[in-house]
Design a binder for this molecule. Structure first.
Ligand SMILES: [Ca+2]
Ligand SMILES: [Ca+2]
Ligand SMILES: [Ca+2]
Length: 231
């Protein structure tokens, strides 16, 4: 049997009618531990006792457990809460206090993607993007912290490789964390989310991935631009 003295010294910080607390760490899950309680004076009396544990970390606490997001033309939010999240062991945004950083990923379906994090009143979002866990930041992926609590942080990533997985780190600027939503979008569905084309004297193709309907829209858009240029 392990002795309690191995886990924490006896505490007696308060007097009668007081509260004593022991914070134990490094315990083995599944093991049984024993607690001794006694009155500081001769004899004894009444007391209450309870044992609590911290909120377990989220599944995407580390980059290796990044939650995969699907990019859409319009923002489809995924809710996050950083309760229990801890500082990650891989390089990430050093802006503010990343003690609650969490990780997401997405597969590029366009060379340009926009990442949006919307913090709740208890969350001042900081956002960064990476080509791999602990890797470099793609163009536009530098950590951003442009707004305060309850604000929106946005990264527009360009020069991405279609089919590659990119990683996103999100944390609260202050100590601890809170609630937020995150989404990844890319342009190209219709006039509300257009792909930006650059004109040239020769045909410069762009990669599209959403089938003939979108390709037809691109051709129509290019024709329209050429007509406008000719005029
Ligand atoms: Ca973390
Ligand atoms: Ca912020
Ligand atoms: Ca934090």
């Amino acid at each position: 049997m392990e002795e309690l003295s191995q886990l924490g010294s006896c505490v007696n910080a308060t007097g009668a009618n007081g509260i004593e607390t022991l914070n134990l760490s490094g315990l083995t899950i599944g093991n049984t531990y024993f607690i001794e309680v006694h009155d500081n004076a001769a004899g004894g009396g009444d007391f209450t006792i309870c044992v609590t544990n911290p909120t377990p970390p989220p599944a995407n606490d580390d980059c290796s457990g990044a939650i995969s997001l699907t990019s859409n033309y319009a923002c489809t939010t995924t809710a996050g809460n950083s309760a229990g999240a801890t500082l990650s062991g891989v390089a990430g945004c050093s802006t503010g206090n990343p003690d609650d950083d969490m990780w997401y990923s997405f597969v590029a379906v366009s060379t340009t993607h926009t990442v949006t994090v919307n913090g709740a009143a208890n969350y001042d979002a900081v956002l960064g993007a990476y080509v791999a866990c602990g890797g470099a930041q793609p163009t536009g992926g530098t950590c951003v912290n442009a707004t305060g609590a309850d604000g929106i942080e946005t990264l527009t990533l360009t020069g991405l490789t279609i089919g590659n997985t990119y990683f996103l780190e999100v944390h609260d600027n202050a100590a601890g964390g809170g609630d937020f939503t995150i989404c990844v979008t890319h342009p190209g569905d219709n006039c509300s989310f257009p792909i930006s084309l650059t004109t040239s004297t020769s045909c410069v193709t762009i990669a599209v991935n959403s089938g003939l309907q979108q390709l037809a829209r691109q051709v129509a858009t290019q024709l329209e631009m050429k007509m406008m240029i000719c005029v």
